[in-house]
Design a binder for this molecule. Structure first.
Ligand SMILES: [Zn+2]
Ligand SMILES: [Zn+2]
Length: 110
């Protein structure tokens, strides 16, 4: 399966762990095990394609489980953001105001 790379720039420091070969491998195993479904969505009966693998027990607290398949779950970005509410809290909603300039229609030229 080919995923489009999203051009998302993260200000977070690139974590070397997520670039390591063991992680890349186990991440794919987790996605395949979960058939690329987002598990939190799936539990709610919703089928969403997962493109992220989440640590159920956070790496910070359980570094020994960071490469343990049973500690991983496939997840979609929306659910993942809920798992990490502290991330992206600086995201401000910009209100896009569309100024509609009302123009009078040109009178028909005769
Ligand atoms: Zn989800
Ligand atoms: Zn996560």
């Amino acid at each position: 399966m080919v995923y489009k790379k999203l051009g998302v720039k993260t200000s977070e420091k690139a974590d070397q762990f997520y670039h390591s070969t063991p992680w890349r491998k186990i991440r794919i195993l987790a996605l395949e095990r979960d058939q690329h479904r987002c598990l939190p969505c799936w539990r709610k009966g919703v089928l969403t394609i997962a493109n992220t693998v989440h640590h159920i027990k956070p790496r910070k607290e359980y570094p020994e489980l960071e490469l343990t398949l049973s500690n991983l779950e496939s997840i979609c970005p929306a659910c993942h953001n809920k798992e990490h509410p502290d991330r992206g809290k600086q995201r401000k909603k910009k209100k896009h105001r569309i100024n509609v300039v009302e123009e009078r229609g040109n009178p028909e030229m005769i």
